[in-house]
Design a protein. Structure first.
Ligand code: ADP
Ligand code: MG
Length: 720
């Protein structure tokens, strides 16, 4: 057969080294994200079709789709005046009978299937009222070389793979490309996974697994089973995806662990938690104390902390962060607290001032005073802050991305806290970390993340879980509202306003239609003002300046506004205890986790809250179903799990921005057990590799494969 790449094709070959792939096709493949041989092999079919020969001509019935092995008795072209293309008619036979075949167009078949040739035919049998007989219509065909027999056909006479047709590459072309590629790699013994790991996990070898994913062996079981994670080739590749990611994570974790720290806290630091607690107006929850203890342990170890603080909205993560900051400053080092928005930075600054304010006499005052740094801080103020940070006189800075800028030097940055870590990319995390000498890092998220995500994409971090809310939290009832007309506002919202409670109204702000969304918020503001003339309505959009935002927020906080109409800027953690109601417009445009986060903004004082979700008019049943999840579950971890299930990890918590490999076959929710197994084995592999001969080779093979398969791997293999 022509077009088969010669044996010189290797896994490391680029597409330009494959003779079967010309420049045009290469371009199309590249547009599908396929840049090398490995990419091509990992472009798996999304389903399979049974094109085996199961029937003879005598068995045929109308409507049956079948494969036949038959010989061409005659074939001819017929021009039909009204049709643009000619009709090709043939007569084929096997030992049981004759059958007419018709194609429209496809003149090349005259050459490909000359009289007397043997071929496979796969198509649908129909009854022709014209010839009053069964006819096989437009079958897929392939010549059979009597010597080669079945084995050579990619398209018929077997279970065939069906690929997505994108960028002008048909499923059939794809089938031939992968088929030829596999044939030229035949006997390949490469395996990215270490042999011991394979053996222990009881998995198939790499090449047979790849082959069987594209061209499955004969099976009498339903073809759907080939799509299940239990299909052995698939199981192997799912494990592989997890193992490779966990390998990356383990290596990162270890390289952090091998970095020394310049100071350590004397161990047995529990009294410092008590001391901290005495400065607070309320006792810490058990979960907060546990997280503080875990942080103390990190700080008394010989390598920097790299910890992920997970907890539901309102679980009190900020205080735990404050505790961590306190430890660093007590050692004379500097701390930086990074928040994604100015409002949030201001709020954190206020919280820290309050918390540390109570401790100041004991601590000797000044070092715990936070300064705020954002792009709004300019001129003399900014210069004063920068010089304080450079000399080390200023110990604590709270701020936005502005802290990350190059011209912001630190004297001795020892502690980095990042709130809403998913709003920052890896590069930004690294930028901050490199401002000190391997500082301790604590990252937080306002949205709980499912365990599987923590174990995979955040697998390089230690995890502290705050699984308890402070006492006295009020339940928040959630309702999806069908019609948010005037009567909704009068019936549901007015009573709360009359009780002097406050209301948030939230609009999504999606960049492409920023002006439309902002206008929606403005219109709502006007409508609500006229609907509730006795109450004060404020407007907060992303377009306002920092000072404007802060002044509106301050008015709302002080109760000078009753209703605050806002685009998502309030998403990230404002604390207004008297706000009991939130109405989210066009709720279908938010992620579930984000909505859950918004929900955490109410019910913070002593009063129960109500969360109304108003889907936009175009919301489909799927969108409705998503919102109902929030109605059903108040627990953030559960919501996050559902969100992950529905959207996949790419859209989740900045995973795509992280530049880490996306899973092709593995499913974080479905395959959690495999994930846990792969994680355990990857970390054991890395640990033992140091002691084992031959491991270096296994590692280099694995890393070489990772580079072929994914981008950015080196970024993740390097420290932080
Ligand atoms: P989140 O985890 O969402 O960042 P915060 O740190 O903003 O939560 O805390 C939410 C609210 O709970 C704040 O008003 C904070 O003062 C309060 N809080 C935190 N810890 C406790 C506690 N142990 N007891 C009572 N209230 C607490
Ligand atoms: Mg928070």
């Amino acid at each position: 057969m022509s077009g088969i790449p010669p044996k010189s094709i290797k896994l490391t070959s680029g597409l330009d080294e494959c003779p079967a792939i010309g420049p045009r096709r290469r371009l199309r493949l590249e547009r599908r994200g396929i840049r090398n041989v490995v990419d091509l092999l990992y472009s798996f079919p999304f389903r399979y079709e049974d094109r085996r020969v199961r029937l003879t001509i005598a068995d045929l019935r109308e409507g049956v789709e079948t494969g036949l092995l038959a010989t061409v008795r005659s074939i001819r072209k017929k021009n039909v005046p009204k049709l643009k293309a000619p009709i090709i008619e043939a007569e084929i036979f096997d030992r049981t009978g004759d059958l007419p075949v018709v194609w429209f167009g496809q003149e090349y078949l005259l050459k490909r299937l000359p009289e007397g040739s043997q071929a496979f035919f796969f198509g649908k049998v129909e009854y022709s009222t014209f010839s009053r007989s069964l006819v096989l219509r437009s079958p897929v065909t392939e010549r059979v070389d009597p010597e080669e027999g079945l084995r050579k056909s990619y398209h018929v006479g077997r279970i065939v793979p069906v690929y997505r047709e994108e960028e002008g590459i048909s499923s059939a072309v794809f089938r031939r490309l992968t088929g030829d590629m596999l044939r030229s790699l035949w006997g390949e013994t490469f395996d990215p996974l270490p042999p011991d790991v394979l053996r222990e996990a009881g998995l198939m070898d790499w090449f047979p697994a790849i082959v069987a994913m594209h061209f499955p062996k004969e099976t009498d079981r339903p073809l759907e089973e080939l799509l299940l994670p239990s299909y052995p080739p698939r199981a192997r590749l799912i494990f592989e995806e997890f193992f490779l990611l966990e390998y990356l994570m383990t290596v990162r974790k270890r390289s952090i662990a091998s970095t020394g720290r310049s100071w350590t806290l004397p161990s047995g630091g529990d009294p410092s938690i008590d001391r901290f607690e005495r400065g607070l107006p309320f006792p810490l929850t058990e979960a907060q104390k546990r997280a503080c203890r875990e942080i103390l342990e990190d700080l008394s170890s010989t390598h920097p902390m790299n910890r992920f603080l997970l907890g539901d909205v309102g679980s009190g993560k900020t205080l735990v962060a404050a505790f961590a900051i306190l430890q660093a400053i007590r050692q004379g080092r500097q701390a930086a607290f990074l928040a994604p928005t100015e409002i949030l930075a201001q709020q954190h600054g206020r919280t820290l001032s309050q918390v540390f304010g109570a401790m100041r006499p004991e601590e000797g005052g000044d070092p715990l005073r936070p300064v705020l740094l954002s792009n709004a801080v300019r001129g003399l103020d900014r210069r004063r802050i920068l010089s304080g940070l450079a000399t080390g006189d200023q110990k604590l800075v709270v701020g936005t991305h502005a802290i990350l800028e190059e011209g912001v030097p630190f004297h001795d940055l020892g502690m980095v806290v990042i709130d809403e870590q998913h709003k920052f990319g890896v590069a930004q995390r690294r930028a901050l970390a490199t401002k000190g000498q391997s500082p301790d890092v604590l990252v937080m998220t306002a949205t709980p993340i499912p365990r599987s995500l923590a174990l995979s994409y955040y697998g390089d971090l230690e995890i502290s879980l705050i699984d308890e809310l402070p006492p006295g939290r009020q339940p928040v009832a959630t309702h999806v509202v069908k019609d948010a007309g005037e009567s909704f506002w009068i019936k549901k919202i007015l009573p709360a306003l009359q009780r002097k409670e406050q209301v948030f109204v939230v609009y999504p702000l999606i960049e492409e239609s920023e002006t439309v969304d902002a206008k929606n918020a403005m219109d709502a503001c006007a409508t609500l003002s006229s609907l509730f003339p006795a109450h004060r309505v404020g407007l907060l959009t992303g377009r306002a300046s920092g000072a404007e935002k802060e002044s509106v927020m301050e008015q709302f906080r002080r109760g000078e506004l009753d209703i605050l109409v806002a685009t998502t800027v309030i998403e990230v953690g404002v604390d207004v205890p008297n706000a009991t109601i939130m109405v989210v417009e066009n709720a279908e445009r938010f992620g579930l986790a984000q909505l859950h986060q918004l929900r955490g903004r109410i019910g913070r004082g002593g009063l129960p809250g109500t969360f109304f979700l108003v889907p936009g008019p175009a919301t489909g049943p799927e969108g409705q179903r998503r919102l109902r999840i929030l109605e059903a579950y108040s627990d953030g971890f559960h919501v996050a799990e559902e969100d992950l299930r529905m959207r996949g990890p790419g859209e989740f918590m900045g995973v795509r921005q992280s530049g880490l490999p996306m899973f092709l076959l593995a499913d974080l929710v479905r395959d959690t057990e495999t994930l846990v197994q792969a994680r355990t084995m990857a970390s054991r592999f890395v640990e033992e590799a140091a002691l084992r001969e031959g491991a270096a080779w296994e590692i280099s093979r694995m890393e070489e494969f990772l580079r072929l398969r994914y981008r950015n791997v080196d970024q993740w293999l390097s420290i932080r």
